[in-house]
Design a protein around this ligand. Structure first.
Ligand code: NAP
Length: 486
């Protein structure tokens, strides 16, 4: 009975999956609709999985001698993978999200590489084009798997320093060429299902292992020299790679849902990579092949003024009597998990009649959209949140800019200093507000590893401390004021 399932139902399930992936992605473009977008895309994934099972049942059982075992294995894999994802998704801290994305990317690449391995080891009589696509998907998937694992290790602090040695790029090039050479040989040798042996020692399966070994090694070598702080962009590149690899293997299996999902992920990952690079005013090549940030030896002799510390309570009370405040959140707010306290403080200001807005830089934090998610998590209404282009003109008519755990995104060097690594990056004009308070723990630099002249400006005061602790003191001070007035 099950073998009678018409192709039409499978096609409809694939089409529904494709539609849901794209609709889900479209909804993810706004923080207001993003949660439902993720849910919609999840339903799409469910439809794709169902379509795959229907496909398996629709194929003649006689052609699948191990059907029962394979279905059992697939169900076990789904239960294990789904269970682990459910558990880690609920448990992961927002600041550890980049690590989780890195791991998921790697698994996607690994899955694509595994599909290719089944096709290659099975030697299923593919033609030249199909073998080429299989091997390309295998290469990209394997690089994405090992590269993403290194990215995870760097973000999680397991690997502390970028590993750079002389002649590294040349060595990496040689490994890539060797991978391509073995892959090229395999394409011709495996054509039409024939196993051409070179010598009894060099069997086809050994060459396939060698190919995967080289590809995995290349992923490791390519990622090791890149600085930990550049990992979000690298993860986005591997995201695009994974999508491409999945799409290619979908072509090999002639599975429309895989092809479409792969293409959507590949295109979205590529766009995200380019947007991140553009928002940082850097090229993707610069991210992959240069040592950004960590090695900055620039002195601050070109900066005038001094750092002027002030108490959190004084800053809080000053803002309570301001007419307008724009808040610039950055990575430090996420690190301190101070978002709930921040919104509590904002509500106190609003009750006192202060107009409060949030200004979000496209690359604030360590993941695209991280600040939007952080504020949404605290319950900040979306109409208080403004993106750079929509709010930048307002700073000059604003009483106070409260920069909280942000640094590079308000670094005025980006406007004026051609020798600065962030020269040309659009910044939030916090310096143009009448008064600026910067909340940070000490004199730690931002991601780009450079000094920020804004902190030394006449209209700027530093409020030192962990963002959550500082906000708690500001709340206490403003509450104390209201209690006195009552
Ligand atoms: P940032 O430039 O990295 O600065 C964050 C600041 O937060 C640091 O100067 C640090 O100073 C402070 N801080 C850290 N922990 C804190 C805590 N617990 N409480 C208070 N302050 C704390 O961050 P950003 O302004 O958000 O800029 C983001 C940077 O990341 C940009 O350069 C961007 O290009 C880069 N980037 C972003 C993405 C993305 O997708 N968003 C991807 C890749 C790279 P102290 O140590 O003194 O406290």
């Amino acid at each position: 009975m099950l073998t009678m399932i018409p192709q039409l139902v499978i096609g409809a399930a694939d089409l529904a999956a494709a539609f849901l992936f794209m609709y889900g992605l479209q909804r993810m473009s706004s923080p207001a609709t993003a949660p439902s977008g993720i849910f919609v895309a999840g339903i799409g994934m469910l439809a794709a999985v169902l379509a795959s099972f229907l496909y398996v049942f629709s194929v003649n059982a006689a052609a699948q001698p191990h059907l029962g075992v394979n279905i059992t294995l697939a169900l076990i894999a789904l239960a294990l993978g789904g269970g682990a994802a459910w558990w880690s998704g609920r448990k992961v801290a927002l600041t550890a999200m980049p690590q989780m994305v890195a791991l998921y990317n790697g698994m996607g690449g690994g899955a694509a590489g595994s599909i290719a391995a089944v096709e290659l080891f099975g030697n299923k009589g593919h033609g030249l084009a199909q073998l080429g696509v299989t091997l390309l998907g295998a290469l990209i998937g394997a690089v994405s798997l090992s590269g993403s694992l290194i990215a995870w290790a760097k973000l999680d602090g397991v690997i502390h320093k970028p590993l750079r040695v002389r002649g590294q790029q040349i060595f990496n090039g040689v490994v890539l060429l060797a991978t391509l050479a073995v892959g090229g040989y395999l394409i011709f040798a495996l054509q039409g299902g024939t196993d051409t042996l070179i010598t009894p020692m060099i069997t086809m399966s050994r060459l396939i292992y060698l190919f995967f070994g080289f590809a995995l090694l290349y992923g490791v070598l390519m990622t090791l020299p890149i600085g930990g702080a550049d990992m979000p962009v690298v993860i986005s590149i591997y995201n695009a790679f994974t999508g491409l690899a999945v799409g290619l293997e979908g072509f090999v299996l002639q599975n429309p849902a895989l092809m479409i999902a792969g293409m959507v992920v590949g295109a979205a990952g590529t766009l995200l990579t380019l947007l991140m690079a553009k928002a940082m005013n850097r090229s993707v090549g610069n991210v992959l092949f240069t040592n950004f940030g960590g090695a900055s030896k620039r002195k601050r002799s070109h900066i005038k003024g001094s750092l002027k510390p002030t108490e959190a309570a004084d800053a809080g009370i000053f803002m309570r009597y301001a007419k307008s405040v724009i808040i610039v959140p950055g990575y430090g707010l996420a690190a301190a998990q101070g978002q709930q306290k921040l919104y509590e403080f904002v509500k106190l200001l609003q009750v006192s009649g202060v107009s409060v807005k949030f200004a979000i830089h496209p690359v604030a934090g360590r993941m695209p959209g991280q600040m939007d998610v952080l504020l949404a998590e605290a319950g900040v209404p979306y109409d208080l949140i403004f993106q750079l282009d929509d709010i930048n003109e307002e700073f000059k008519t604003t009483d106070v800019a409260l920069v909280i755990g942000a640094n590079d995104v308000v670094n005025t060097e980006a406007r004026t200093d051609k020798s600065s690594p962030i020269f040309g990056m659009p910044i939030l004009n916090a310096d143009q507000a009448k008064k600026v308070y910067v909340v940070k723990r000490g004199q730690g630099k931002g991601y780009a590893g450079i000094v920020n002249p804004l902190f030394y400006a006449d209209n700027c005061n530093m409020v030192y401390g962990d963002a959550a602790a500082v906000l708690a003191k500001m709340i206490e001070a403003v509450r104390g004021l209201s209690a006195q007035a009552a």
